[in-house]
Structures are given as structure tokens and as C-alpha cells.
Design a protein around this ligand. Structure first.
Ligand code: SF4
Ligand code: SF4
Length: 420
């Protein structure tokens, strides 16, 4: 189906009931019908039917959409808003000769397309941070011109990098084999999540396979209408995992949501359907298996607040799983972050392109965290983690941010020598 047909097909399902409006974060902030799911669907439909020309105004209404898909979850007519939105962005991008996206966003797209670019940047960043160059460069005009001040303010690097092998053998009683999707930018912002996931799976008896040829999931490109590039990345992943029969686990809920939807992009590749079926959210997998009785956790007398990422809730519908997993840690007080159903504003590169709205969405979450004063904030999406961590740093709050599997792995008791 071409983008116009896709939009018309989805928009035709909308009965304009308005039930989605109270769930839309941008409608809640801006109180404007054009900033609501119903309004945006009408605009997309008019564009697809050539009833409205593409204008800056129309484009800005669509650009303010977070693609959080809270509207999709509550829609009684089953409008697949996210796919209609991607089709609209594709229609817009294909109708003009140049890319209007900012330098920083284009750089992010370019960066994640090839794994070796991320590795090189990781090395450069380490040199930059450890040699004092960071302090010198921050005061320069080039730093401001490249927009790096905004990037530094919005993204917090959570842990230090580490390298991966292709096969990680089970250390516990052998149970099976899984594959892991490691993501692209996560290797810079939060490599510890992948390391902890592999260690935990190994202790549970799983051999973990990490194909080195895997690519970025393509989410950033897909949501900016760069469908051809997103499809190229998708084919790269289908090739990298072509012989895989076992579950393909992914810790980052944003990437998992995109991988799960490969089958819906209708590019004529049959292997996409099989791939999407075996891709599984890591929390979901861990919560669904039988745990060996010898796996024990050290008590943790701390308060843990859980943030539910939009893609885990609205696309994967697995938001309960992190709570089930964390309940294994004795003594830990587990609380949901209030108003979890509302997006935190990170939303891919949204916090860079729509910084003001993103900050307005993050602010109440930081206030809740100030009041609840947890020791740890857990979230399953690296984009949300880095954006919330940056907000906490700005507010002067000393709250650790991590993925649930990092906390689980930290608390897991080390077996006595000679026992798996
Ligand atoms: S809930 Fe669904 S049918 Fe109702 S207005 Fe929103 S998109 Fe349309
Ligand atoms: S995806 Fe999110 S921001 Fe966009 S229209 Fe739906 S609820 Fe609103």
C-alpha cells in the first residue's frame, strides 16, 4: 500500500468520537483540535486526498505529535495511528527535494546507519570527556553552532562502554539459546543494559547469540518519513538474523516496538513476518520463563520508582512485566511513577526538535520524583532513561537511572565456586 492509501485506510476508520483526546499529551498541553489525534488524522487525510496543500502550518501540527500512540491504545475503532503517522511523514518527505530536519537530527540519522560510526564516536567521546577537551570545547562558538549544548543538556550517558562477543555461553544449568538485538546508540548511552541482560540470561541457563552484522532498527528514520533508509536497515537486520529460530530478545522497548512492526511495513519481504513473531521484549521473556530455584537475590532496602515507556505500554503492551521482575528483589519498595500514561517528552529526537513541549512534559515527572525521592528510577527505554537522567541532573536530584535488568543483575547472588 502506498502512503496515501495507508493514510486514507486508517483515517476512514475514525468515527470522530473524541475518546482519544484526553489521552493525547499535546492536546492536553495546547488545547487545540489540530494538536489532537482526531485533528491530525483529518489533516493527514486531507493531505492524502489532495484536499489540502502541504504547508508549514500543517507540517508543524504533525511535527508536534510525539508518536507516543496513547491515542491508538484507547481508540474503539482500531485506528492504527502510528502507521498512519509514519505514512504521512513519508508522504511529506517524498514530496520535497531537500531535507528540512535540523543538523543535529540529520547527524543522528547518519550516525546510527552504520555500527562502525557509533563505535568511532564512542571512542572519540571517551577521549573528549577524559582529556579535558570537553571543558575547553563547551566555551567555543563551534559548540553552540553545532547545537551540541542542547544535546549535552538532554542526554546523560548512564554507564561506561564495553565490548561484546558473538556467542556468550550459558553459565547456569543449560536451558536453551536466545539471540539478542543490541541496538545502536545504546552502546554509547547505556551499554550496561546489554551486558547485564547477557549475564542474567547466561545465569538462567541461556546461551546468548549477538550477531555482529545487526544494524540500527530504523525507528528514527521511519518516524521521520525516510522510509527507503528505514527499509534498508530492516533488510540488514533480516539478513543478520536470517538463520535464527530462537527468540530474538531486545531490552530497549523503542527498538523492540519497531522490530515487532517490520511485518506491517509491507515491503514484500516474507521473512519480516517470521522475524517480527520471534522478536520479544526482554522483560516479557524473563517474566514468562521458569526461574531455577538456585537463583537468589540480595535484599535491597530502597525505594524504586518505575517509569513506563510509551512504546512498552501502547505498542508492546508489556508494561506490567518490569514490576513482576522487580518483585523478585526482597525488601525493595516498588512504586509506579505517577501519570505514567503520559509521554516523558523524549520520543526519539523529539526532545531535540520540539524542546519546549518536551520539557513541559518532563517537568511534572521530575516534580513527582522530587516528592517521592526514590533511590533508583527504572525504565526500559534508553531514550527515556537518558532524557529523564538529564532532567534529574538539571534539578540537582541524585537518583540513579537504570534498566530493570541492570538492577536485577546487580542484586543477583553470586553462586559459590563450582556451582552454576
Ligand atoms: S478514538 Fe479513534 S475513532 Fe475516536 S476520534 Fe480518536 S482516532 Fe477517531
Ligand atoms: S501519538 Fe501521542 S501525541 Fe500523537 S496524536 Fe496520538 S496521543 Fe497525541
Amino acid at each position: 500500500m502506498n502512503p496515501s492509501s495507508h493514510i486514507k485506510h486508517e483515517a476512514a476508520k475514525c468515527v470522530a468520537c473524541g475518546l482519544c483526546l484526553p489521552h493525547c499529551p499535546t492536546y492536553g498541553l495546547l488545547h487545540d483540535e489540530a494538536e489532537s489525534p482526531r485533528g491530525r488524522l483529518s489533516l493527514m487525510q486531507a493531505l492524502a486526498k489532495d484536499d489540502l496543500p502541504l504547508s508549514d502550518k500543517l507540517e508543524s501540527h504533525l511535527a508536534r505529535c510525539l508518536d507516543c500512540r496513547a491515542c491508538e491504545r484507547v481508540c474503539p475503532s482500531g485506528v492504527t495511528y502510528g502507521l498512519a503517522f509514519d505514512a504521512a511523514r513519508e508522504l511529506i518527505e517524498s514530496s520535497r527535494p531537500t531535507q528540512p530536519a535540523g543538523r543535529l537530527v540529520m547527524f543522528m540519522h547518519w550516525l546510527v546507519e552504520k555500527p562502525h560510526r557509533v563505535v568511532k564516536l564512542e571512542t572519540l567521546l571517551r577521549i573528549y570527556q577524559r582529556t579535558g577537551l570537553q571543558r575547553l570545547f563547551r566555551g567555543s562558538r563551534l559548540f553552540q553552532l553545532l547545537g551540541l549544548a542542547q544535546l549535552e543538556a538532554n542526554i546523560s550517558v548512564l554507564t561506561s562502554p564495553s565490548s561484546l562477543m558473538e556467542i556468550h555461553p550459558a553459565t547456569g544449568k543449560p536451558k536453551g539459546r536466545v539471540a539478542i538485538f543490541t541496538g545502536c546508540l545504546t552502546s554509547i548511552t547505556d551499554p550496561q543494559t546489554t551486558v547485564s541482560a547477557i549475564r542474567l540470561l547466561n545465569r538462567l541457563g541461556y546461551e546468548v547469540h549477538a550477531p555482529p552484522e545487526q544494524r540500527c532498527c530504523g525507528a528514527l528514520h521511519r518516524h521521520h518519513g525516510l522510509a527507503a533508509k528505514a527499509t534498508e536497515l530492516m533488510h540488514g537486520n533480516l539478513r543478520a538474523f536470517s538463520g535464527t529460530e530462537e527468540p530474538i530478545l531486545c531490552a530497549a522497548s523503542g527498538c523492540t516496538a519497531t522490530l515487532k512492526e517490520y511485518a506491517k511495513y509491507q515491503t514484500g519481504d516474507e521473512s519480516a513476518g517470521r522475524f517480527s513473531t520471534i522478536v520479544t521484549d526482554l522483560n516479557q521473556f524473563l517474566a514468562g520463563i521458569d526461574w531455577p530455584s538456585e537463583i537468589k537475590f540480595n535484599p535491597l532496602n530502597k525505594r524504586i520508582v518505575v517509569h513506563d515507556p510509551c512504546n512498552l505500554t501502547n505498542v508492546l503492551r508489556q508494561e506490567k512485566k518490569p514490576y513482576e521482575l522487580l518483585a523478585r528483589i526482597p525488601g525493595a519498595e516498588i512504586l509506579p511513577l505517577p501519570d505514567n500514561a503520559r509521554c516523558c517528552g523524549a520520543a526519539g529526537t523529539y526532545h531535540l526538535t520540539q524542546a519546549s513541549i518536551a520539557r513541559q512534559l518532563r517537568a511534572p515527572k521530575i516534580e513527582h520524583l522530587k516528592r517521592l525521592a526514590p533511590d533508583i528510577l527504572v525504565t526500559s527505554n534508553p531514550g527515556c532513561a537518558t532524557y529523564l537522567a538529564a532532567g534529574l541532573r538539571e534539578a540537582g536530584l541524585d537518583i540513579e537511572v537504570m534498566h530493570p535488568v541492570v538492577l536485577l543483575e546487580k542484586q543477583m547472588q553470586i553462586p559459590p565456586p563450582g556451582r552454576g
